[in-house]
Design a protein around this ligand. Structure first.
Ligand SMILES: NC(=O)c1ccc[n+]([C@@H]2O[C@H](COP(=O)([O-])OP(=O)(O)OC[C@H]3O[C@@H](n4cnc5c(N)ncnc54)[C@H](OP(=O)(O)O)[C@@H]3O)[C@@H](O)[C@H]2O)c1
Length: 381
């Protein structure tokens, strides 16, 4: 690949630049710590120069935080090192801002809630474009039966669905969902977005999409999910993982879906009850699933998801034997795609995250309050 992608951040109203966070400007030489010391991915060297360029004094090392430290750039993802962050926050009595590198902060929600007076910023919306692209990829591949065809080594029946004018449900209305609306726009689907703040207006006027596609979007709360599921052709999960969205798709929801519908999850594995999904795929309750995220990542080679044999299903309901005729290599996991959390790869993430934390470090140094991706400590995203 030659030219690198130039993705843009897509921030929803929950993560907009927020001038309400104006602070006294930090002095040149204000301490910003990069933690933890040995991040899973060694981003620290690249980031140090950026912070120094803004006039900060960069400190590093798990015990580097002092009573003078004003900001923390956290560069780890999983929950393992959370105790290091907790300790830093206990010592760092002057810390005002903490930047987290991921957009889904579920693994950090408890510590964020314990320090609600701090300005916590995440990468919400920053990775929206590549992740939405991946969601569309999975959707089209499932509708066109690509998992079946890449396994087949013989001719097959004429099967496949077009995305044009379909009924699409998107759980979540944040950066990824908004970016996805733009990508879906040429297909003019009827889209329902489900969000927590369903009664607040969601401004779609600036989104690059056609007026026709825009007119086909409506917004609901999760309490309306069940009544919408029976009409859906595509269900895409793109919400934050919280107590309210944990297992948002389980046995009951899968039972409400059409046998021709497909399910795509690019948010968090815990949004789906995995055993219920496996059962639904095996029994042909739904036509297929595309998962970029799975409960308990990374899953082992013996995980039941690798053995979802759906070859006996005729999920198209056409009696043409949608899976059946492909005997030579097409059988097996014919209606499931699992990608290993690659909706946003490191190459895609690095420039986007650099822009996000640079914006926020500038907000700290200038005191103008223009933080982007501010986390709602109470609601955990
Ligand atoms: N696969 C990957 O590599 C990858 C990459 C990036 C992100 N993700 C996941 O994708 C998620 C979304 O990312 P984003 O950047 O779009 O985040 P975001 O801008 O923070 O959006 C989060 C969305 O979740 C919605 N939500 C929260 N609680 C809800 C509830 N109870 N019912 C319905 N909707 C609810 C929010 O509703 P409101 O609009 O009402 O606030 C908001 O629209 C992240 O949290 C992360 O877990 C995965």
């Amino acid at each position: 690949m030659s030219a690198p992608p130039q993705h843009k951040s897509v921030v929803s109203s929950s993560g907009l630049l927020n001038k309400d966070f104006a602070l006294p400007p930090a002095q040149t030489g204000a301490e910003i710590a990069i933690l933890p010391e040995k991040p899973v991915v060694d981003w620290a060297t690249t980031f140090k120069g950026v912070l120094q360029g803004l006039g900060a004094k960069v400190i590093e090392g798990n015990d580097c935080v002092t009573a003078n430290t004003q900001g923390i750039l956290w560069v780890d993802h999983g929950p393992k090192n959370v105790p290091i962050l907790e300790k830093a926050l206990q010592v760092g009595t002057s810390v005002k801002w903490v930047q987290l590198p991921m957009s889904g902060i579920n693994a950090y929600a408890a510590v964020v809630k314990r320090y609600p007076h701090l300005i916590w910023t995440s990468a919400k919306g920053a990775y929206a474009q590549p992740v939405a692209e991946h969601a569309l990829t999975l959707t089209l591949a499932l509708l066109r039966h690509i998992p079946l065809r890449v396994r087949a080594d013989c001719w097959g029946p004429m099967l496949g669905y077009s995305l044009f004018n379909r009924r699409v449900l998107i759980i979540g209305a944040g950066g990824i969902s908004l970016s996805l609306l733009s990508l879906l726009s040429p297909f003019t689907p009827r889209v329902t977005l489900f969000r927590r703040r369903a009664t607040e207006q969601l401004d779609l006027s600036e989104l690059p999409m056609t007026d026709e596609a825009r007119s086909l979007v409506d917004v609901q709360g999760l309490s309306k999910l069940h009544e919408n599921l029976p009409q859906a052709d595509v269900v895409i999960i793109a919400a934050a993982l919280t107590a309210d969205t944990h297992h948002v798709i389980g046995e009951r929801e899968l039972g409400l879906m059409k046998s021709t519908a497909v399910l795509v999850n690019i948010a968090r594995g815990e949004h789906i009850d995995t055993p219920a999904l496996i059962k639904a795929l095996r029994e042909g309750q739904i036509a297929g699933a595309g998962l970029d995220v799975v409960e308990g990542e990374p899953i082992g080679d013996d995980h039941p998801l690798w053995n979802v044999d759906s070859s006996h299903n005729d999920v198209a309901g056409t009696n043409s034997g949608m899976w059946g005729p492909v005997k030579k290599g097409g059988e097996g996991r014919a209606n499931l795609i699992v990608t290993p959390h690659t909706a946003d790869t490191l190459d895609m993430v690095l420039p986007l995250f650099t822009r996000r934390f640079t914006q926020n470090a500038q907000a700290l140094m200038s005191g103008d309050g223009s933080f982007e991706g501010v986390v709602d400590a109470e609601h955990g995203y």
